[in-house]
Design a protein. Structure first.
Ligand SMILES: C[S@@+](CC[C@H](N)C(=O)[O-])C[C@H]1O[C@@H](n2cnc3c(N)ncnc32)[C@H](O)[C@@H]1O
Length: 315
């Protein structure tokens, strides 16, 4: 019973931008009002996000998390506190910040205690890297701010270098006596660790290339439904400098002539899993995205649809 209530509570805060026709979206329409936009990436249990959204009730808040548990916990917290000005996305914040916000549209971006990934071989998993700060420089409005808080001094120093290189004015890292009061702040302070803050301000517009846009890709093929040919699509793969897709498995419906292709794709390190459907259409075939697993319309997704269509054309 509690689990069901929890699901209902969090659901009203959840946004599914992969389903939106237009990217970046019109946030004023999503929130039902025009207000300054603030973003938190990796909000964890949502203490900071819920408190800031209440303290600054006249701002619109967007939170990104990759953990569904964190989304559910935070949604319940927002619901219990009757918060209305927050939307949550179960999405990599690096991708979300770049693809979901137009240039010069965000007032503040907060990152509290990002996973530090201290080992050199894990460096590409760090959130605040060159690509992230390039996005920051583009999406922050003039005078907009980026706030980073971490217990990892080396992380803060590296972030400061990236931020300075992107043209933002940077302050810090400086020791922070009192912080956002999140679970991770309590954890590190209880172990006697110092906490560091870095603040960066945007003074001139930056640029970033966005990759998720356009209509849902599909293809029409003037060929019959040939199960053996479709089965042979398993393993179809393309790799190029910015991405990859692989057709991992092919399934057939028991009734009728419909095939489901399980696909893995990656665009500049952003992974997606989705299904393509092949079914008879107007005397031929249609290849389209399955409605139950809609991905962002990235180059890798479009290439997967086009490559399947090409392979079926030569049947
Ligand atoms: C160390 S925890 C900190 C949580 C919270 N900010 C706090 O201070 O207690 C890092 C959080 O970032 C989330 N996370 C990691 N990488 C992320 C990404 N690329 N986009 C969004 N969230 C991410 C993790 O799921 C985790 O909840």
């Amino acid at each position: 019973m509690y689990a069901i209530l929890g699901a209902v509570d969090f659901f009203r805060y959840l946004v599914r931008p992969e389903h939106w026709r237009e990217l970046p979206p019109r946030w004023a329409e999503v929130f039902g009002r025009q207000a300054p936009l603030c973003v938190e990436v990796g909000f964890g249990n949502g203490e900071f996000l819920a408190e800031m959204a209440q303290t600054h009730a006249d701002w619109n808040w967007v939170g990104f998390e990759t953990s569904l548990t964190c989304i559910v916990k935070t949604g319940r917290k927002l619901h219990l506190n009757l918060v209305e000005n927050v939307r949550l996305a179960l999405l990599d914040g690096k991708f979300g910040l770049r693809e979901l916000f137009p240039d010069a549209s965000v007032a503040k971006v907060f990152v509290n205690f990002p996973c530090p990934w201290p080992k050199v071989r894990h460096a590409n998993r760090r959130l605040v890297d060159e690509d992230f700060v390039q996005t920051l420089a583009a999406v922050l409005e003039e005078g907009g701010e980026f706030h980073l808080i971490t217990d990892a001094f080396a992380y803060a120093e590296e972030a400061a270098q990236h931020v300075a290189a992107s043209g933002l004015a940077v302050e810090g890292p400086n020791p922070l006596p009192g912080g956002p009061g999140t679970r991770y702040e309590r954890k590190w302070r209880s172990r006697g660790l110092s906490i560091w803050q870095l603040v960066a301000r945007a003074s001139r517009p930056g640029k970033v290339e966005r990759i998720a846009e356009g209509p849902m890709p599909h293809a029409l093929i003037a060929k019959p439904f040939l199960p053996e040919k479709i089965k042979s699509l398993a393993g179809l793969k393309e790799v190029w400098p910015e991405g990859v897709f692989v057709i991992k498995e092919v399934f057939f419906a028991h009734t009728g002539q419909t095939a489901l292709l399980r696909v893995f794709s990656q665009d500049r390190g952003f992974p997606q899993h989705f299904f393509l459907v092949i079914s008879p259409y107007k005397g031929g075939l249609i290849v389209q995205l399955d409605g139950a697993s809609v991905p962002f319309r990235t180059p890798a997704v479009k290439r997967a649809v086009a490559a399947v269509a090409r392979a079926l054309e030569v049947a």
